[in-house]
Design a protein around this ligand. Structure first.
Ligand SMILES: NC(=O)c1ccc[n+]([C@@H]2O[C@H](COP(=O)([O-])OP(=O)(O)OC[C@H]3O[C@@H](n4cnc5c(N)ncnc54)[C@H](OP(=O)(O)O)[C@@H]3O)[C@@H](O)[C@H]2O)c1
Length: 278
């Protein structure tokens, strides 16, 4: 990772944070392939080379990573950003729906890691950035599987970081705070809400429709250590513990620049309403 300009693969670059990050990286002089299911395959938009990829489909991941390698000549940085939201009382989430979420948020990132790691190992360097969430640190009510999926991705990233360090590959988790993106509209939802959960669920949905999350943060959040974690937020949230608000202290020195490059208001200002902290 000697020279400044890197070759980055950003998943979920068709909207939201991924699109903003991909375009920001291009503006900083990096080569970027951005992926998604809804991109115009092979097109270049604002300097980002778009390649179609469904991260739940092994063959699609393989094809797209090969295409990215062909277009850029290698991959120095993988940003595992693609993800889905989910909402609903935990009791009402059918296992099949939960599986869809986990297949995207956890196994999708894993598929990407498996696809890029051999190349990174061969070049003896690489950086993998997993976009998790502050919701990884506690169980968000009515979004149990979202919290669970992001916590799983965090633990996965931590283990991978230790396994791959000896090969010159760094793995970090970045925890965004709350940003207004299309993620809420696309959240998976159960077919029905149990009547006994309706009032609490409706209250939570109303509060999330506002500028920021007002869900109750459990008091035991301090129990979670923040290893190798950076928080992608434009300011400190009311609810976020100081340790996770913008904590980048344990992110390896070489990667702090990259994690900051993905954050701050200039990347998020590409989207209306984004860049606002709660
Ligand atoms: N916005 C926030 O406040 C917030 C907070 C914490 C963490 N995050 C995380 O940040 C990441 C980006 O979210 P966002 O807010 O920017 O939401 P978004 O605008 O909905 O973007 C999600 C991206 O993921 C892609 N994606 C979803 N399923 C996919 C699949 N099966 N295969 C390939 N791509 C897929 C979507 O592309 P296609 O639909 O084109 O496939 C889209 O580009 C997510 O991991 C999210 O959990 C967001």
């Amino acid at each position: 990772m000697g020279s400044y300009a890197k070759r980055a693969l950003v998943t979920g670059a068709s909207s939201g944070l991924g699109k903003a990050m991909a375009e920001r990286l291009v503006a900083q002089g990096h080569s970027v392939v951005g992926t998604g299911r809804r991109v115009d395959d092979g097109a270049v938009a604002n300097g980002v080379i778009l390649v179609r990829m469904d991260i739940t489909d092994e063959a699609s991941v393989h094809r797209s990573v090969q295409e990215a390698l062909k277009r850029m000549g290698g991959i120095d940085v993988l940003v595992n950003n693609a993800g889905l939201g989910i909402q609903g009382p935990a009791q009402d989430i059918e296992p099949g729906l939960a599986m869809r979420l986990l297949d995207t948020n956890v196994l999708g990132a894993h598929r990407l890691c498996r696809a890029v790691l051999p190349g990174m190992r061969a070049q003896k360097s690489g950086l993998i950035i997993n976009i998790t969430s502050v919701a990884a640190n506690f169980g968000l009510p009515y979004r149990a599987f979202y919290s669970a999926s992001k916590a799983a991705l965090e633990r996965y990233g931590e283990a991978l970081a230790i396994e791959e360090e000896r090969f010159g590959i760094t793995v970090v988790n970045v925890q965004p705070g709350e940003f207004r993106t299309p993620i809420a509209e696309g959240r998976l939802r159960p077919e029905r809400i149990s009547p006994e959960h309706e009032p609490g669920y409706a209250r939570a949905m109303r509060s999330w429709a506002g500028a920021c999350t007002t869900a109750v943060i459990p008091t035991n959040w301090r129990a979670w250590p923040p290893p190798r974690r950076a928080s992608l937020c434009s300011g400190r949230s009311r609810q976020q513990p100081a340790s996770t608000a913008c904590a980048m202290s344990r992110v390896p020195q070489a990667c702090t620049g990259w994690c900051s490059a993905l954050s701050t208001s200039s990347s998020t200002s590409a989207l209306p309403g984004m860049g606002k902290s709660c």
